[in-house]
Design a protein around this ligand. Structure first.
Ligand code: SAM
Ligand code: SF4
Length: 320
């Protein structure tokens, strides 16, 4: 338990800071701060960390990045994590571009749930935002649906004046496929780029937009796990809103730590503290558990996005 009474049992594992897209809100233009390849955790190291964390009560794991599917050994990493005793759920977050070939192997390896980013259904806006091809992401969504994961969720970062007119088409698209769409507030994690505060759209505005189109009824249960989204019933499916910046109670149920691709344990996305695991992993002296305990003991009560947060690492380097 952390100092604020929260049980921390969820680890988000960034397996790489590299990506095959260039989302304006995640990776600053011309970004050069890539971790050295030698600092990237190996599959063995990731598995050792996860195994150790299960002895401390961690049960829920998600593979992310950067784009986790650009790692050649991603299926092996998923399978080895899923095979560990104590691992109860395993998810993966992806832009979907490489899912066409990987959805089925990932499902067979043990991945239970997939989150796929899709910020627009208009190919030009999708390209403007990500640098990628909408068609590839849609193929990935189709492959995820066919592979039979327990849950497939779609994620959209809200950007005023860029994709706000995509809210209704995206919610309807998700409802047709039976995939909850989660609308996420822009966090200040890619400074100096073309997307900034003037594009910030609060989840309250997105909810109001959607409510003009179809009834939104509060989902009283937690239909899709204990994450930070607030869910509503919408056209026979669900939509979720992740008010990372504007919702005062956003951090009250936070149950996670993050592991960066270069081996840092990060107690909070929106505060700078990190604990380096590489010495414990690579000097042979152990100490992984102590680093986890330190990270839990130093987990802040809340993020500081609305106060004095300055970006030192963009989202792609921290892990989403
Ligand atoms: N590449 C994968 C993807 O795009 O889903 C996984 C990593 S990505 C960093 C994880 C999630 O973080 C995505 O849903 C992405 O849209 C979201 N994200 C990235 N930068 C963000 C930002 N500045 N504010 C809010 N969400 C952001
Ligand atoms: Fe890559 Fe995902 Fe970041 Fe987009 S949001 S640049 S797909 S890591």
């Amino acid at each position: 338990m952390d100092p604020f009474g929260r049980t921390i049992d969820y680890l988000r594992i960034s397996v790489t800071d590299r990506c095959n897209e260039r989302c304006l809100y995640c990776m600053p233009k011309g970004y050069k701060g890539w971790a050295e390849r030698a600092d990237h955790l190996s599959a063995d190291e990731i598995v050792r960390i996860v195994e150790q964390s299960t002895t401390l009560g961690f049960r829920k794991f998600r593979l992310t990045g950067g784009e986790p599917l650009v790692r050649k050994d991603i299926v092996e990493i998923a399978r080895r994590i899923w095979d560990l005793p104590g691992v109860q759920t395993l998810g993966l977050s992806t832009n979907g571009v490489l899912l066409k070939d990987l959805a089925r192997p990932l499902k067979q390896a043990g991945v239970r749930s997939i989150n796929i980013s899709i910020d627009a259904l208009d190919p030009e806006i999708y390209h403007q935002l990500t640098g990628g091809r909408l068609e590839a992401a849609l193929e990935g969504i189709g492959a995820a649906a066919a592979a039979g994961f327990e849950v497939v969720k779609l994620n959209c970062v809200l950007l005023r004046g860029i994709n706000d007119h995509q809210i209704i088409p995206l919610a309807d698209f998700g409802a047709t496929l039976g995939m909850p769409v989660r609308f996420i507030e822009l966090m200040p994690l890619a400074p100096g780029g073309p997307v900034d505060q003037q594009h910030f759209l609060p989840v309250s505005a997105a909810r109001a937009t959607l409510a003009t189109h179809g009834p939104l009824e509060t989902a009283t249960d937690k239909p899709h796990g204990h994450g930070p989204a607030k869910y509503y019933k919408y056209r026979g499916s669900h939509v979720g809103f992740i008010g990372s910046v504007t919702c005062d109670d956003f951090c009250t149920t936070c149950n996670k730590l993050r592991l960066t691709a270069d081996g840092k344990l990060r107690p909070c996305l929106g505060r700078h503290g990190e604990i380096d695991l590489l010495p414990a992993l690579r000097d042979g002296k152990g100490g992984i558990s102590a680093a986890f305990e330190d990270a839990i003991a130093n987990k802040p009560e809340n993020h500081s996005f609305a106060e004095d947060f300055e970006v030192r690492r963009p989202m792609t380097a921290i892990g989403g």
